[in-house]
Design a protein around this ligand. Structure first.
Ligand code: GCU
Length: 351
């Protein structure tokens, strides 16, 4: 089975023992990866469920790459945090215990603060703007190669769409409604600050723990996209969706740098080509899946609320000066903003 096959010894060890060294996991022999007489199995960790667009696009990527290499390469996609939380699987890629993972930009900003530029409210005006930036290889090159000395190659990205606030008891319509609410954020200093600026109190937590934390009342809510709201069943415990759209989030495909280097040029080119198609397919799926998620959430009892979006934007305005602290970060931000064609045609745009 190409995806979600039975866990290999390595993956079982990961699950059983948490952070174990790669030597214990029977890692790949880099001298023979992709050889004609064998199949090289590559483990890819994902924290989403099987119905999420990321899983679908990755399964299709896996299928195409296997076909294109006559079965010499098989990418096994492990969904649902089977191999660990994003924080854990990023460590596993670094230590070569697994080969690939999809991780949120917030995880990478903990390795290199320059990633914050792309994780910040106000950076991206839309999913299309974001994906045109992510597929701009010249623009992304300094960021994507910046973690190679930690054995991480960043291959590209999948959109997280625009993220909004959702809460359990009553809706959030203005920043004042955020007062005293404990809102889950990803493990990121900038996102903690983001919720504070929006008026709430932020609690960093891994994705898989959010449902229970809201259900038990430890948290009052969270922020995410509509697709995650539904695929993680968060609407069951937080029925008020407030359309803040405060951030267009970004996931990254990360891969062992030593493995990318060990691939033959032909296999590497084939993989990167198929990955680029996966980004396009994922973006195409995103809008349809978002519309479907909204319908599903409503059918499941969720209420969608319009909010004072301008007030939230104003509250978030200081984040830019607080987090763009180096010339490189400011320059990258300016280049990304300049690529937002929807904005640049707007005479009111001050950016
Ligand atoms: C989105 C994103 C994930 C991330 C999650 C989160 O679902 O795609 O990569 O882990 O948000 O809020 O943690």
């Amino acid at each position: 089975m190409r995806t979600r096959g039975p866990l290999t010894l390595g993956a079982t060890a990961v699950l059983a023992f948490g952070l174990v060294s790669c030597a214990d996991l029977g890692g790949l022999d880099l001298d023979t990866v992709g050889a004609p007489d064998k199949t090289t199995y590559v483990k890819l960790a994902l924290n989403q469920s099987e119905s999420h667009p990321s899983f679908i696009a990755l399964e299709n990527l896996s299928k195409r790459f296997e076909e294109r290499t006559d079965g010499r390469w098989v990418i096994e996609v492990f969904p649902n945090e089977q191999l660990g939380s994003q924080q854990e699987v990023l460590q596993f890629v670094m230590s070569s215990a697994i080969e690939m993972a999809i991780v949120s930009g917030t995880q990478l900003e903990n390795l290199n603060k320059d990633f914050q530029v792309l994780n910040m409210p106000t950076t991206f005006g839309s999913v299309d703007h974001q994906m045109s930036v992510v597929r701009d290889q010249d623009l992304m090159e300094p960021l994507f190669t910046s973690l190679e000395d930690q054995n991480i190659s960043v291959i590209g990205g999948f959109t997280q769409g625009s993220r909004s606030i959702y809460t359990s008891d009553s809706p959030v319509l203005t920043p004042a409604d955020m007062a005293g609410r404990k809102i889950r954020v990803q493990e990121s200093d900038m996102h903690i600050r983001m919720i504070q600026l929006m008026g709430g109190s932020a609690t960093p937590l891994s994705y898989g723990e959010v449902y229970t934390a809201i259900q038990s009342g430890v948290l009052d809510g969270a922020e995410n996209n509509e697709v995650s709201y539904v695929t993680q069943n968060h609407y069951e415990v937080a029925e008020h969706w407030s359309q803040t759209e405060h951030l267009v989030g970004l996931d990254y495909m990360v891969m062992r740098h030593d493995l990318l280097e060990a691939m033959s040029e032909q296999d590497r080119d084939a993989f990167l080509d198929e990955w680029d198609k996966a980004m396009v397919e994922h973006t195409d799926l995103w809008n349809a899946e978002t519309a479907q998620a909204i319908e599903d959430a409503k059918a499941g009892g969720a209420t969608f609320h319009e909010v004072d979006r301008a007030a939230f934007q104003e509250a978030l305005a200081p984040i830019k000066d607080e987090f763009l602290t180096t010339p490189f970060q400011r320059e990258l931000f300016d280049k990304v903003r300049a690529a937002d064609t929807a904005e640049s045609t707007d005479p009111e745009s001050g950016e």
